[in-house]
Ligand binder design. Structure first.
Ligand code: LMR
Length: 306
């Protein structure tokens, strides 16, 4: 995640109920003899966990249980991410890079950011790289190419059922033969599949994993976290576009102040939103739906915050 030579001090925070399990995690880390793991601080104390950290990966959130309304879920998570935002504000390094993974990730990130008013909004993000990876993997299977040849699929909006996977700016490299480039749409040759099957498959993939495992995605989420942070810190490749949910500056007419997944490039530890992509009417209609959902979530979260 930080390159092949960067040593790390890992701070692990869990709730008191999980303190014993946390000890077990530390044992496994020790037993892995990771050469880049300098030391581990395992704690149930928020101040100890957040003190001087440079990177925060906020994985823990309250999961939605049977019969629980989205609003109830937001309420519990607002209290978790309010505390974490305050702790980031007080104790973390001023250039801390924050990645929220726990759902509802975009709005949890917005809650944390709202309570960390001394930190730049650009320090906060939520994970949609998992959706991008899922989408690129599905395209690779459909076209019959290696996933490394599928580039620049974009995820817009919320990490939820309204997310918008968009292949219109993506391309397949070395296709149909070496050194040639083909737009994804031409390589797939099946617009109906792209519009009617691919999009819902990506949107529902998290739920499909839960249905199969009876647990949320874990390894693929961890892999997406690594990709997201590595690109943010070390930079994207020339011409490479990745998706990150970040604080909207009004680009693409998305209201300012939402944590919204955009196509970005990263350089020297800063992300920037890719501008001037042409948005088709089909995608535009979907952007409006995901924006509406995020605005509603924001209103509910703010009402609990205040
Ligand atoms: C995922 O996309 O795998 C998860 O966000 C699903 C979930 O609700 O935990």
């Amino acid at each position: 995640m930080f390159g092949p030579h960067q040593k790390i001090i890992l701070h692990l925070l869990d709730i008191p109920k999980m303190a014993d399990a946390l000890k077990g995690v530390v044992m496994e880390l020790q037993d892995s003899s990771y050469p880049l793991l300098d030391s581990v601080v395992a704690t149930t104390d928020v101040q100890t966990a957040f003190l001087h950290i440079n990177v925060a990966i906020l994985v823990g959130a309250f999961p939605r249980g049977p019969g629980m309304q989205r609003k109830d879920l937001l309420k519990v998570n607002v209290s978790i991410f309010k505390e974490q935002g305050e702790a980031l504000n007080k104790y973390a390094s001023r250039d801390v890079k924050v990645l929220v993974v726990g759902n509802p990730a975009n709005t949890n990130a917005l809650t944390a950011l709202t309570k960390a008013s001394d930190l730049p909004t650009a320090n906060f993000s939520a994970l949609t790289r998992l959706d991008q990876n899922r989408a690129q993997s599905m395209i690779s299977e459909k076209v019959g190419v290696s996933v490394e040849n599928v580039n620049n699929v974009i995820i817009w909006g919320n990490h939820s059922l309204t997310q918008v996977p968009d292949v219109n700016h993506g391309y397949i490299s070395n296709y149909p033969q070496r050194d040639l480039v083909s737009p994804i749409k031409s390589a797939v040759e099946d617009e109906k599949w792209l519009n009617e099957q691919f999009i819902p498959l990506v949107q529902n993939r998290g739920a499909a994993v839960i249905a199969a495992r009876k647990l949320s995605s874990a390894a693929s989420a961890a892999n997406a976290i690594v990709g997201h942070m590595r690109d943010w810190l070390l930079g994207t490749r020339d011409g490479e576009v990745v998706s990150m949910a970040v604080y909207s500056d009004g680009s693409y007419n998305i209201p300012k102040g939402l944590i919204f997944s955009f196509p970005v490039t990263c350089r020297q530890g800063q992300w920037s939103i890719v501008q001037d992509l042409k948005i088709s009417p089909f995608i535009q209609a979907k952007l409006e739906l995901t924006t509406k959902e995020l605005e509603e979530e924001k209103q509910v979260a703010l009402s609990f915050l205040n």
